[in-house]
Write a protein that binds this ligand. Structure first.
Ligand code: HEC
Length: 323
């Protein structure tokens, strides 16, 4: 009896994660030291919506990532917890598990675990402002018996420790489950010919003919590389900041166009207020190319179910405070 419950407990923490993916899509890579589990994903979801992750308890991850906006936020940039202006536009979070590099311009950030520490601890700019308050995390979250249990089950190998490492790991596990592969465009590609309107089909052809796919190619419409499509930005050096190479100034990572119709405003500084403006700002592409057909195609990249899927929504029975 005792043995049976021990096995059950163990099972809860280590059961293999079942990815629900279309048959032609391979499961994304997962770091060896952060295996997926249902309890870890659930913990990550609660943490994602918990404002206790910010210095003064006012800002959850979800403050900048709204599900109905494809987990972008509707602002050009977003001030941090102390009011310091944000620097770059919040990108959407669909299919981030497959991105080999994250953020607009730093190829050193290769895992969601590493990325999560940037808003938490970053100082350029200060976002959630926890740099000097890391010891606060176990204190705040540890007050809640439910959190303590969840950390214990999600991180048996780390003795249920509550710290920046386990918090980031749980957030990463949750974000790996944010999968949007059921847009009209996906259904069209899977052989459902009338999933796309004739106009959107025409737009898809234009998208290829105009060379957009050279950078916005593949299943997630990104090459995960860095390009200067707008020349230099006097306020932001882009990739050059991380690489130190002057030739990288103005280069930014190609954004995935998944759900792009709802993730505006667009571009790294959020200065494009419409999709047509975002396209027009690609220096080499004449603005008249933002045709109704092209826009209809971009709209067909929205996975409507992703925007309302309860698995990504704020949990109704959260351990942390309600937002
Ligand atoms: C040379 C590579 C390249 C090509 C070709 C290209 N793009 Fe882009 N695209 C980018 C990069 C890089 C950005 C981000 C630029 C920035 O923010 O400074 C971007 C941004 C965008 C955005 C805004 C996305 C967001 O989330 O902010 C849209 C929409 C877009 N491109 C559509 C297109 C379309 C349509 C075409 C073809 C007409 C095209 N792009 C061609 C690299 C490219």
């Amino acid at each position: 009896m005792l043995l049976a419950s021990a096995v059950l407990l163990l099972g809860a923490g280590t059961a293999r994660w079942h990815w629900r993916l279309p048959p032609d899509v391979q499961a994304p890579p997962v770091p060896a030291d952060n295996a997926m589990s249902a309890i870890k994903v659930e913990l990550g979801r609660r943490l994602f919506y918990d404002a206790d992750l910010s210095a003064n308890g006012t800002m959850a991850c979800a403050a900048c990532y709204e599900q109905k906006r494809g987990f972008a936020d509707g602002n050009a940039t977003r001030p941090g917890v102390h009011g310091e202006p944000g620097r770059r536009n919040v990108p959407g979070l669909a299919n981030v598990a497959w991105r080999p590099v994250l953020t607009w311009g730093d190829p050193r950030v290769t895992t969601l675990e590493a990325q999560a520490t940037i808003p938490l601890l970053g100082e350029r700019p200060v976002e959630m402002g926890m740099k000097a308050l890391e010891a606060e995390l176990p204190r705040r979250l540890g007050r809640d018996a439910c959190y303590v249990r969840m950390f214990a089950r999600a991180f048996p190998g780390r003795m249920g420790r509550i710290d920046t490492g386990t918090v980031s790991a749980a957030l990463a596990a949750f974000q790996r489950t944010m999968i949007a592969l059921d847009s009209p465009w996906d259904r069209y590609r899977a052989g459902e010919m009338d999933a796309l309107s004739p106009l959107a089909r025409q737009g898809a052809a234009q998208f290829a003919a105009l060379g957009c796919t050279a950078c916005h190619g593949g299943r997630d419409l990104t090459d995960d590389r860095y390009h200067a499509v707008r020349g230099r930005d006097p306020h932001d050096e882009g990739l050059a900041e991380a690489s130190g190479l002057a030739s990288d100034a103005g280069r930014f990572r190609t954004p995935s166009l998944r759900n792009v119709a709802v993730t505006g405003p667009w571009l790294h500084d959020g200065t494009a207020k419409s999709l047509a403006a975002a396209i027009a700002r690609h220096g080499a592409i004449p603005s008249e190319d933002a045709s109704p057909a092209l826009l209809a195609f971009l709209e067909s990249l929205t996975d409507a179910a992703f925007l309302t899927d309860p698995r990504y929504a704020m949990p109704d029975r959260a351990c942390g405070r309600r937002l």
